[in-house]
Ligand binder design. Structure first.
Ligand SMILES: Cc1ncc(COP(=O)(O)O)c(C=O)c1O
Length: 394
């Protein structure tokens, strides 16, 4: 009998979801079936209560001060980053004022591409290079890139390629000293390791709901500190103040036109409840143990190389094999061993360029998650041994 498949691509989206998530999704679909803020009948009220509770859970998780209204739901992590970047920069560009935006070479295309779009509109774009010793951007260089004329600085918290974790508290201190709003992409870290917007002096926190927050696809969010204002990227019905023909001013309605993915948010709420019960510290320790075992297994395999820093904090590995290109290696792991990993550039071309993997088909990424089965290490070890001995059924 074939062994069950193991999902080792949690950096793309987490799988399997923890207990309670599928049930919450089904509950919304089969029992509730209503949209929050759209009417006053029982289903809308129940939906609103879950969505409100989720805003609070998310705010608590990242230690965000102020009111829940500043925790916005978005379509996904990409949408959150676009809202933060364009929402802050576009009013200045429209007024003909200079815009300068700074980020690091570790960023995902959901930061790089909005930056490049701003560049076509006249903005200056700066990327702080990766320090090969740490795998992260150097905080001194990050600070040097900032100045009074900088509109926004952004940093990914944990790399979706190498797992390197950036020194956000140091970046945040530099941003604060220069009076530059600090945006963090926590898509790979929120729900996985502690994220504290106060300690890290973060002004906007963007995240995906379906990765380490363990919710369904099509969920994400952006927390915005209360002194910042943004331009909405979309206008439309909010279920509130329908007499107004222009977008309401109040938060979160101003930034949440259109019906929510309420079914997905029910799932995300259940996932957050599970994370709260487990605690981030417990989940991080479990992943760390699995990560160290995986790292030993990878290191012991001749011909297999891990790119990037030796000891990143996250259980995300970028691998290259001497014998196989990345696409072939991932295909063998899938077809012969039922291990699901992702080959390529992982929507992060700048870090691959710095790792010299951009011209060689990228890398095969192995990313652990909160629900990765413990026997994943043994399954990987067996697969790597068989590949080394050329015991392939091809
Ligand atoms: C670091 C990082 N940022 C942003 C995103 C975009 O998230 P989403 O897929 O929810 O749009 C991803 C997803 O791959 C990511 O890994």
């Amino acid at each position: 009998m074939e062994p069950p498949p193991i999902h080792l691509d949690n950096a793309a989206t987490s799988h399997p979801k923890p207990p309670g998530v599928a049930e919450a999704v089904a509950r919304h679909l089969t029992e509730i079936g209503a949209s929050p803020g759209r009417g006053g009948y029982v289903g809308t009220v129940q939906s609103q209560a879950v969505v409100d509770r989720l805003r609070s859970r998310l705010r608590r998780l990242c230690n965000a001060p102020g009111s829940d209204e500043r925790m916005l739901f978005t379509l996904n992590g990409t949408d959150a980053l676009n809202l933060a970047i364009r929402g802050l920069a576009m009013p200045k560009l429209l007024r003909g004022e200079p815009v300068r935006v700074v980020a690091t070479d570790l960023e995902h295309n959901s930061v790089i591409r909005p930056f490049r779009t701003l560049e076509t509109l006249g903005a200056e774009v700066v990327f702080v290079p990766l320090d090969p010793h740490t795998g992260a951007a150097n905080p001194n260089q990050f600070a040097e890139a900032l100045g009074p004329e900088t509109t926004l600085c952004a940093a990914i918290h944990g790399s979706n390629v190498t797992g390197a974790v950036q020194p956000l508290a140091e970046f945040g201190a530099a941003a604060k000293a220069n009076h530059v709003p600090f945006l963090v992409d926590a898509s790979q870290t929120l729900g996985r390791i502690p994220v504290d917007v106060e300690a890290m002096q973060i002004d906007m926190l963007a995240f995906s709901g379906h990765k380490y927050l363990l919710g369904p696809l099509g969920t994400g969010g952006l927390w915005v500190r209360d002194h910042l204002n943004l331009m909405p990227l979309r206008d439309g019905g909010t279920g509130s103040m329908s007499e107004l023909e222009s977008q309401p001013e109040c938060w979160p309605d101003r930034f949440e036109p259109g019906s929510h993915n309420t079914t997905g948010l029910f799932g995300l709420d259940a996932a957050l409840e599970w994370i709260e019960t487990q605690s981030i510290e417990t989940l991080a320790t479990r992943e760390r143990d699995l990560h160290l075992k995986m790292a030993n297994c990878i290191e012991a395999t001749p011909g297999l190389h891990r790119l990037g820093p030796k000891a990143p904090t996250l259980g995300t590995f970028a691998l290259q094999h001497d014998e196989y290109d990345s696409a072939t290696f991932a295909a063998i792991l899938d077809s012969q061993f039922h291990l699901h990993l992702r080959a390529g550039l992982h929507c992060a071309p700048r870090i691959h360029r710095q790792l010299n993997s951009d011209t060689t088909g990228g890398a095969v990424r192995l990313s652990l998650g909160a629900t990765t089965p413990l026997d994943a290490v043994d399954r990987l070890a067996e697969a790597l041994q068989a590949i080394s001995k050329q015991e392939l059924g091809v």
